[in-house]
Every structure is written in C-alpha cells, then in structure tokens.
Ligand binder design. Structure first.
Ligand SMILES: CC[C@H]1O[C@@H](n2cnc3c(N)ncnc32)[C@H](O)[C@@H]1O
Length: 483
C-alpha cells in the first residue's frame, strides 16, 4: 500500500475496483455509465451541489436531520415525512453499524429480523444489502437531495452503490470516519480507501456530475478544540480535492460557548477557502456545516429541546450554510419521526426568528478567531513538514508523533496526549497540548484562560475538571463547576 497525495490514474483506480464490487453480491449492479445517465436525469432540486451553491449565494441556513431505519419502505416513508412535515432542506440516509463495519451478512440478518419483528432492529439503512435499484427508490420518492451519513473506515462499496443509486452527497473521510469509529484500522488504510471514494467522485465530476463530499467535523463529539476539528477537516478537504472532488462541506460540532462557536464557524469557512485556493483548488465549492450539540443529552424531551434550540441560535448568530439537527430522543435512542420533526421545527423557529441578527465582532470574538487561525496554521504547516510536502504521508506521521491528536477516541492511531477542558466561560481550552508544537503565545493563552477558572473554582486545573465538564450537559450545565 503506497499512500501518496496524488490524483489516482484511472487505470490505478480500476485495478482495485473488481475487489470492491465483488465484496458483496449487490456490487454487481453497479454500472457507471448507467449511473451517470441516472444522475443526469435528476432535476437540480435533487442535486446537493446545486442546492448548496444556491444557498451560499442567498446566505440561507439549511436544515438536515439524521435518519435511517432497517426496512426500505419504512425508510422512504420516514424521509418523506421529514421533508414534508419536518421541512428538511436536505435528507439523510444514516447507514447501520454493521454496514459501517462491512459486515453485510449480519446486516442481512438484521433486515430479516426487522421484517419478522415489524420494526427496525438496525440503527440505519443497510444500503449495501439493498443495492442500486432498491436505493434508487429512495431518490425517486423524495424531492430533496439525499446524503449518505455513516461512520465507515472502508466505504468503497457503500459509495459505489449509493452514488450509482443517485445519492448526490457523501459524508466521511479517512481520518474522521476512522479515529472516532474504529479501534484498529491503520490510518494509511483508511486514508487510502477514502482516496478511492474521492477518486470515484472525481470520475462522476469528469462527467459533469458533481457529488458533494462532507467531512465529519465533530470527531468524538466530546470537548474537541476547534483547531483540531478544523485542521482535520481541512486536511480531508485537500485530500479530496486532490482526487477531483469539486464540492466540499467542512463541519464543526457545537462546543457550547457562543463566542467560541461563532469564531469557529467563521474561521472554518475562511480557512477552508484559503487552503483550497492556496493549493490550486479555486474551482471547488466550499460550504460549512454546524452539528448541534454532539455530547450527552438530558433525558427529558423539554430539556433536550432546550439544547437543540441553543444549537439553532448559535447557528443563526454565527452564520453557517447547513445545520445538522438533533432530536429530543437523543438520550433515548433512534428517534421517532415525530421527535425528528420536533427537532427540525424547533430549529427552524430559532433560525427564522434570529434571521435579522448576527453576533457583533467584539474583542473577545476577534481574539477567539485569531487564536483558532493561528492554531490551525501551526498544526497544518507541521503536518506538511512531517510529510516532506506530502499531506497524506504527513497526516500519518503527525498522528504517530502526536502533532495531530484527538482525545477520547477509540482508535489506537491517536496518542491521546492532549487534554481539553473548559474555561470559566465554557470555551474549550488545552489543559495539555501533548506533542502539538504550538507556539508559546498559544500555550500561554490556554493556560491563562484555564487559570482564571481554577482561581474562580478554588481548585487546581486537572482531570477532575475534565470529568466534570464531560458530565455537565446531561446535568443541564455547560461548565462542570464543583458542588
Ligand atoms: C453521529 C451521531 C449522531 O447520529 C445520530 N443517529 C445515529 N443513527 C441514527 C438514526 N438511525 N436515526 C437518527 N439519528 C441517528 C445519533 O443520535 C447521534 O446524535
């Protein structure tokens, strides 16, 4: 396996394709010429790229839920309701966990058991088992673009089948769908397999069919410093653009402090655009995505709607292209259609009511934006340096060295040397910067912010604070103050 950040020759892509299409029987249905033909028959209203581009020009904030159930007919009914009653602008198809681990035989059993039980026993749609023709029924049944959302380190077959079926948007990346989702998948492997996915999108783009690729910004969804999420999203964007992807969305998971989240969203758009342009990808559309709170949720639905409303308000005041909406069943499990619709309508209400307002550029906000931009620059330049100019190689070496690092991740690829904690305002800071070679200015900034909290709480900064922060939200707070 030779990992290199260079666009694959079509012949090189073809070499690995038979293996992928033969890894499950439904792979035989994939026919690119037929797929191109089907995509060209889709109206612009069903193409994610077209809708995203228009929304960016009109400064619209789109809403998208997560949703996926085992049986195809129920899944289609669910998406139709989310579109009609939930007013969703983009529709998802969340893929089940077996499929995410390429365990299609167990997914098949899940379908049978769900049929026997008369309800979904999988946490998403097993799209690989259904295959191209069946998945096309989803696209034909709804009026909005449909995006594949999952958590698959090796998504090659899933991409082949769902793209051929007419999905126009595909989430994930070689880092963001490995580190938070797998324990033992080598980074070289997942980066390589996602180059395949991106090169496939490049083949569609060469036909004038632009597939949007969304990078999974939230990562572990627990106290992720904005610079980490941004650096990884930008790296995945650059690797995707290198394979011919022409439409990219970079994401960020809500941290909870309004100023830091606003700074994160505004710098994400600027940095993403700046890096794509710097490396010659001026023709790639870049949009931003905000994920409502990804941490622990309160059980009671009314409190949960409060958390959802907070995420909606943040998105409205900060400005973003798309919001991934949570549901009041977040703490309970897979949401009902009604709960999913409630999350969407609650969010829509806030977005509409705050439509004329935005957060003023206060000195606090400016400082947050400055810090995030400096941190991202310092991290990414080091990644290129370690890769001797090759971003893919640099990414692997950076995780080995701890220059890129993600806390609380299941993956053995991370050193887990950094440690995040909130400051007195709830902004996420570095208690420990591990092996990230930040400048003294950056390190001092974080120490100062954390000391303010320690003094206020009359306790030493430390792991106890981190634990308190992790449990805070489900106890109805943001900062895990002692008591
Ligand atoms: C990234 C994790 C998020 O995806 C959500 N999620 C996972 N599977 C489904 C699903 N099948 N339907 C709706 N939401 C889902 C989950 O609640 C969590 O908020």
């Amino acid at each position: 396996l030779r990992l290199e950040n260079r666009r694959w020759e079509k012949s090189y892509f073809e070499e690995g394709r038979d293996y992928v299409l033969n890894s499950w029987s439904t792979g035989q249905e994939v026919d690119l010429e037929d797929a191109f033909h089907f995509h060209k028959s889709l109206p612009e209203s069903k193409r994610a790229y077209c809708k995203l581009r228009a929304g960016q020009e009109e400064k619209r904030i789109y809403l998208q839920p997560r949703a996926g159930v085992a049986l195809l007919s129920e899944h289609i009914e669910l998406l139709s309701e989310l579109e009609s009653k939930g007013e969703a602008d983009f529709l998802p198809t969340t893929i089940d966990s077996y499929t995410r681990q390429n365990r299609y035989a167990e997914a098949a059993r899940g379908i049978e058991e769900s049929k026997a039980a008369g309800r979904s026993l999988l946490n998403g749609l097993p799209a690989v088992n259904y295959g191209v023709a069946n998945c096309r029924k989803i696209i034909d049944a709804v009026g909005s673009p449909v995006q594949v959302r999952h958590g698959t380190p090796d998504a090659r077959l899933l991409a082949e089948i769902t793209l051929a079926a007419g999905f126009t948007d595909f989430e994930g990346g070689g880092i963001s769908y490995n580190i938070p989702y797998a324990k033992d998948v080598p980074l070289e492997r997942s980066l390589f397999d996602w180059q395949y996915v991106d090169r496939l999108c490049g083949l569609y783009a060469e036909e004038g069919i632009i597939i949007n690729r969304e990078m999974f910004g939230p990562l572990t969804g627990t106290l992720v410093p904005p610079c980490i999420s941004h650096a990884i999203g930008i790296i995945e964007a650059l690797l995707a653009a290198a394979q011919g992807v022409k439409s990219i969305a970079v994401g960020y998971g809500q941290g909870g402090n309004l100023y830091q989240d606003t700074a994160a969203l505004r710098t994400l758009g600027r940095l993403g655009r700046d890096y794509l342009d710097r490396y010659g990808f001026q023709d790639v559309l870049l949009t931003t995505v905000f994920h409502q709170w990804m941490g622990g949720f309160p059980q009671e639905e009314s409190r949960a709607l409060g958390v959802i409303a907070w995420g909606a308000a943040t998105a409205a005041l900060a400005g973003v292209n798309k919001v991934i909406v949570k549901t009041p069943h977040e703490a309970l499990g897979i949401p009902t259609a009604e709960a999913n619709i409630a999350g969407l309508l609650c969010t829509r209400q806030l977005i509409r009511m705050l439509g004329e307002q935005e957060l003023a550029k206060t000195p606090y906000l400016k400082e947050e934006e400055y810090m995030i931009e400096r941190e991202v620059e310092e991290i990414i330049s080091k990644v290129f340096e370690l890769g001797e100019g090759d971003l893919a190689v640099g990414t692997v070496r950076s995780f080995e060295a701890g220059v890129l690092d993600i806390s609380f991740a299941p993956s053995r690829c991370t050193r887990g040397s950094i440690m995040p904690v909130r400051d007195k305002d709830g902004a996420i800071r570095f208690l420990n910067t591990g092996n990230i070679p930040f400048s003294k200015e950056i390190k001092d900034f974080h120490q100062k912010k954390i000391k303010e909290r320690a003094d206020l709480e009359k306790r030493e900064p430390g792991f106890r604070m981190v634990i308190d922060d992790i449990y805070a939200i489900s106890k109805g707070r943001l900062v895990g103050k002692p008591r």
